[in-house]
Design a protein around this ligand. Structure first.
Ligand SMILES: *Cc1c(COP(=O)(O)O)cnc(C)c1O
Length: 434
């Protein structure tokens, strides 16, 4: 642990703010983000994702974590935004996020959502398949509204954590298979025939928590091969290519992610060399990071409740669990933790950290090495910034925790903690057929 993150009394500081003070004032469980770490990541992407041959754009995937404060950071740092639902679109619009920098994704955008996107002036729709292409064209024509479109391709490269598979899942629910050239061509021809839908290029996203950058090399090679065919055989110019996100982060010592610089230089370099080799013209290259922007900047604070010994385990119970972090139950995700109020003590005890939900699978960390823990101690689980709050639920009628941004010794609550009465807001007894 970095010494400048510690107070003299060996309490963890986040963004220069004492974790125990935060827990006392804001309650627990509590999501805390180090705002400077988020800004560093944003700046790092902006610095390194650059080319002399084409324009670049960095699009943050909202689904990893979004709220007004996050959108303001993104806006101020020149990021664009990827939304996948009416709800995410609504947040972007309410925050005044520039709609020419919003990309609307999803494999089943319902017609109301598409209409909402056009009404808001959302510039680009990432079209998932043929039927959606037709729906978008007729909607744009009916509304007489211009909209840009890029086609999502399933490139047949599936990457997960350390492994990647070529021609992995050709039956994924996302995108048009790269093998379905007729369909791809058909979609482009339909868009080009439409007065209102402007075809810009292509998108592909190959997975999440990817460490092996060769997966992206394969992706780029395949996309460029497609572009060459479209360019040479069909005289179709490709405006842009969006390579998706999925760049790996460090949750535990087992994870050794590449730096933002390495990721960006690799992608840019590979695109430049493929373009030169194949004679491809491309105006813009985009990426869409989510997790890698936000995961490591966030952590969760929990208060320790009771402790319990079973024949083979020492349980340590915390006041949250799968409702604020479903990733462990869902993906067997691994996390690191510390005792935030006793950072100096030797970690010589082994605990199973369990949540308070009525599920045996509600375990946050197995075999956590910690100093001796007592009731009311403060646990910090690191790296919970992505897919923590955004996947939180009210299972067992637990309240969703508050979210705090901390920087330079100051802290702001950016999302309030839910209350029990908040959860009853929608209770009603309305007659349906009046
Ligand atoms: C989830 C997703 C991302 C972001 O993935 P991360 O692993 O969070 O970087 C980007 N693009 C698309 C289309 C996605 O579905």
């Amino acid at each position: 642990m970095d010494q400048n993150r510690l107070e003299k009394d060996n309490v963890l500081r986040i963004g220069g703010v004492s974790s125990t003070e935060l827990a006392k004032i804001c309650g627990t469980p509590l999501y805390v983000y180090d705002e400077a770490l988020i800004e560093d990541k944003l700046k790092s992407y902006q610095t390194h994702f650059k080319s002399n041959l084409f324009d670049t754009e960095i699009i943050y995937a909202s689904k990893a974590f979004s709220c007004g404060a996050m959108l303001r950071l993104l806006k101020n740092n020149g990021f664009s935004l990827d939304v996948v639902s009416g709800g995410e679109l609504y947040l972007a619009e309410s925050e005044g996020f520039p709609m020419e920098r919003v990309y609307f994704h999803g494999n089943n955008k319902i017609s109301e959502e598409l209409e909402m996107a056009l009404n808001y002036g959302c510039k680009t729709i990432v079209v998932d398949h043929l039927m959606e292409c037709d729906r978008l064209i007729s909607l744009a024509e009916r509304k007489k509204k211009e909209v840009h479109a890029i086609i999502r391709i399933n490139p047949g490269v599936t990457a997960h954590t350390h492994k990647y598979i070529i021609t992995g899942d050709m039956d994924s629910k996302f995108g048009v298979s790269i093998q379905s050239e007729e369909t791809i061509l058909g979609m482009i021809i339909r868009m080009k025939a439409s007065k209102y839908v402007i075809f810009d290029g292509f998108h592909a996203h190959i997975g999440s928590q990817i460490f092996d950058l060769r997966a992206y090399d394969t992706l780029i090679e395949r996309m460029m091969k497609l572009f060459k065919k479209l360019q040479e055989m069909h005289k179709i110019e490709i405006g842009c290519l969006n390579l998706g996100g999925g760049f790996g982060v460090r949750y535990t010592d087992q994870d050794q992610p590449k730096t933002v610089k390495d990721v960006c230089e690799n992608l840019i370099g590979k695109c430049e060399s493929e373009m030169a080799e194949k004679g491809i013209r491309l105006k813009k290259l985009m990426i869409e990071p989510g997790r890698s922007v936000i995961a490591e900047a966030g952590c969760t604070l929990y208060k320790v409740g009771d402790l319990k010994e079973t024949p083979n385990r020492s349980y340590l119970f915390v006041d949250g669990g799968m409702t604020d972090n479903i990733r462990v139950a869902l993906y067997e995700a691994k996390y690191d933790c510390d005792l935030a109020n006793k950072m100096d003590q030797v970690r010589n005890r082994k605990y199973t950290i369990a949540g308070k939900c009525c599920e045996s699978g509600d375990i946050l960390i197995e075999n956590a090495m910690l100093p001796e823990v007592k009731a009311n101690d403060l646990i910090v689980v690191y790296g919970t910034g992505a897919y923590g709050y955004s996947m939180a639920s009210n299972y067992n009628r637990m309240n969703k925790p508050a979210v705090v941004f901390a920087k330079d010794g100051k802290a702001h609550i950016v999302i309030k903690r839910e209350s029990y009465s908040d959860q009853l807001r929608f209770e009603t007894d309305e007659e349906v057929f009046a």
